[in-house]
Design a protein around this ligand. Structure first.
Ligand code: SF4
Length: 279
């Protein structure tokens, strides 16, 4: 399979070689956690979600909170048949949703499987926003909720932290498209269909966060946002401290000024490694 499925457009045969995401042709899964409760309440619900953490990543931020799976790429390989068997093996009455976490490097493989399986709870596509619009359009027929990161505005920042000059150019279009494809539908406090836009505030980058919020305010109708304060240095990238209370308050105040009140605003104290699952 010649892979150009994400904006990296590596144009390599994943049977023979690995591209930027460092993944081969088969799906690889790093961890599965049943009844996972750490997503936004409208996704985790009361029963928790079935969280499937895919290995590798097409963005590979150097500050990644899940470095072991995104960069080192621990995980078990699944052929299409094995992945289908896995998806059919769960008792979905135990969960309020299924959460595909960092799935973009396997978009086409997951799409092929979803065409052949019925999953009776909302399927969540939990991605980094650095994705192809055509792929998002195709996958939207089979998933219900986009839980999407909207990380950076500034080119220099996305270049330094994620080797992706064009992150904002790509992600801004993708977030807009997702919102058009999946208008929000809530029932019993669960998001049955829709988009949650996540933004992780980075240390020293308040201005960047403000520009992201401005874009959301000006371009997305009735957005659900999730403003995250939990950044924890992983000891590898340039970002070597947590955000300060003042940084968090400044971004939060801007969200309030814009009227972005529908969503989730973490307690400042959540900046702790206990929020990062062990792999
Ligand atoms: S999915 Fe991986 S191999 Fe394919 S284009 Fe993106 S980074 Fe390259």
């Amino acid at each position: 399979m010649i892979c150009n499925q994400c904006p990296r457009k590596c144009n390599i045969d994943r049977k023979q070689a690995k591209g930027f995401c460092n993944e081969g042709q088969n799906i690889r899964i790093s961890k599965i956690i049943e009844n996972f409760e750490w997503e936004e309440p409208c996704i985790s619900g009361k029963k928790g979600t079935l969280a499937i953490f895919f290995s590798g990543c097409n963005l590979r931020c150097n500050f990644c909170q899940n470095y072991e799976i995104s960069h080192i790429g621990k995980g078990q390989e699944y052929s299409k048949e094995e992945f289908l068997k896995l998806l059919r093996s769960f008792d979905y009455s135990k969960f309020d949703s299924v959460d595909f976490i960092t799935p973009s490097q396997f978009s086409l493989q997951i799409l092929a499987a979803l065409r052949e399986v019925e999953i009776p709870v909302p399927i969540v596509w939990n991605s980094n926003g650095y994705e192809s619009e055509a792929v998002i359009e195709a996958i939207s027929k089979y998933i219900d909720v986009f839980l999407v990161d909207f990380k950076f505005y500034d080119k220099g920042l996305s270049r330094t932290l994620s080797s992706a000059d064009n992150y904002f150019e790509v992600a801004s279009k993708v977030v807009k498209l997702m919102s058009k494809l999946k208008p929000n539908k809530v029932a019993d406090d669960l998001l049955k269909q829709g988009v949650v836009i996540r933004h992780l505030i980075l240390p020293g980058q308040v201005k960047d966060s403000i520009k992201i919020l401005d874009y959301i305010h000006n371009n997305i109708k009735d957005p659900i946002i999730s403003l995250m304060s939990q950044f924890t240095p992983n000891g590898r990238g340039e970002l070597n401290r947590k955000i300060t209370p003042l940084e968090y308050k400044t971004v939060l105040a801007h969200a309030e000024r814009l009227g972005l009140s529908n969503g989730y605003f973490q307690e400042f104290t959540s900046a702790d490694t206990c929020f990062i699952p062990k792999f």
